[in-house]
Design a protein around this ligand. Structure first.
Ligand code: UD1
Ligand code: UDP
Length: 363
């Protein structure tokens, strides 16, 4: 059996790490394709190094661009690879433009698509990710859903064949990786103490490209920092650029707001685990917070990981400063103990299950 796996953006390198390793352990020939959607060292190479991913067999070098341009270039280049390699299955991850391009190219060539992280929905079609994930699900043969909610979402859209609830591959990778992280070293590097700081990440288009939302979030972070806790904010290149474009000089900020370049995955795990609060619009980060028992305030109006909001662990705050500050203070000042016993994301064996079902599809 020959498989082409398609990755391109930061979270996809992480999601693919164990599936790739386990496919190869089973003797399956895997051809790894990197679209080049993310290309900076700290958005791409660092993850290959830390997670032991092999060098991509094809690096397409697509880079940044408008959605049509970026996705279109990917379609052209991925098609060349698939025509040459003629794989039995194409695996795609998550909901980026690399996901949709990989799935669409394969489906048009009648190659079965396996979608890892199928069935997630925000029900907000203004999000490019929502379009990518809905379309990908509807042309996939294997739909590897992380949660019960994801399975139900697929059923609501009439998709039941090929759906497997396997758990979350990010949980598998986080559990494996945390063993290799020197948490103390990371905290010392950034001048932080366990449970005495806040971690923030922002990159969602609705927050970076809508001027008012970006300013609101920036103001909220500065205000929260002024109450005394340090906030470490590894800044996504998109966000750095957007802050500059709206005329915010990031050098003028509260002294407790610590800006860094994007950090490595191992560093990120250490920061998430030791933070007392995370403020993030990232899909991956809000869930990883839960793995370590660190609650999140999400500056969005909806989330795909709704179960964590439903149990009151994470809070959706929208994009207004006051609400982001209020939700953050509620968590910082609250004494609520959360029930973390419930395993929404499986047992850390999602990647084993995916490889099993790829080899033994259910009829
Ligand atoms: C993409 C995904 C998003 C995912 C995120 C993970 C889409 C539509 N969006 O968003 O779902 O959550 O990745 O991080 O696929 N840039 C650099 N260096 C890089 C990469 C990007 O400077 O290595 C800058 C460029 O200015 C680029 C901008 O970031 O225009 C946005 O990059 P892009 O890949 O288009 O989208 P993301 O916001 O990263
Ligand atoms: N991440 C990282 N360094 C950072 C920010 C995020 O290693 O500076 C990791 C994070 O731990 C998670 C993944 O990147 O595993 C999430 O990616 P991102 O937030 O870019 O995208 P999303 O999950 O929202 O699609």
């Amino acid at each position: 059996m020959e498989i082409v796996s398609i990755v391109g953006a930061r979270p996809q390198f992480i999601k693919a790490a164990l599936v790739s390793k386990k496919l190869r352990e089973k003797g399956i020939k895997e051809i790894l394709v990197h679209t080049g959607q993310h290309y900076d060292f700290n958005m791409s190479d660092v993850f290959f190094r830390e997670l032991g991913l092999l060098e991509p067999d094809y690096y397409l070098g697509i880079g940044s661009g408008n959605h049509g341009e970026q996705t279109g270039k990917m379609l052209i280049e991925i098609e060349k690879v698939l025509l040459k390699e003629k794989p039995d299955i194409v695996i795609v991850y998550g909901d980026t433009n690399s996901t949709l391009a990989g799935a669409l190219t394969a489906a048009k060539l009648h190659i079965p698509v396996a979608h890892v992280e199928a069935g997630l929905r925000s029900y907000n079609k203004d999000m490019p990710e929502e379009i990518n994930r809905v379309l990908t699900d509807h042309i996939s043969t294997f739909l590897f859903a992380p949660t019960k909610t994801a399975v139900e979402n697929l059923h609501k859209e009439g998709i039941s064949k090929g759906v497997y609830q396997v758990g979350d591959v990010m949980f598998d990778v986080a559990l494996e990786s945390i063993k290799m992280v020197d948490e103390e070293k990371v905290l010392v590097k950034y001048g932080l103490k366990p449970k005495e700081f806040i971690l923030a990440t922002i990159h969602r288009a609705e927050n970076t490209d809508v001027r008012e939302n970006l300013i609101n979030i920036w103001n909220a972070l500065n205000e929260i920092a002024s109450y005394g806790d340090k906030i470490i904010f590894p800044i996504h290149p998109r966000t750095k650029k957007a802050l500059n474009e709206v005329g915010i000089d990031i050098n003028f900020r509260n002294e407790n707001l610590l800006l860094t370049e994007p950090v490595s995955y191992f560093e990120m795990l250490a920061l998430e685990k030791n933070a007392k609060l995370i403020i993030t619009d990232s899909g991956g980060v809000q869930k990883e917070g839960y793995f370590w028992g660190t609650p999140c305030v999400i500056p969005r109006n909806e989330t795909e990981w709704i179960e964590l909001v439903e149990i009151g662990f994470n809070k959706l705050a929208g994009n207004k400063s006051e609400e982001i500050i209020k939700c953050s203070l509620e968590i910082l000042n609250g004494e609520k103990q959360y029930n973390l016993i419930e395993h929404f994301y499986g047992k850390g064996d999602a990647s084993d299950k995916i490889v099993f079902y790829i080899i033994h599809p259910q009829k």
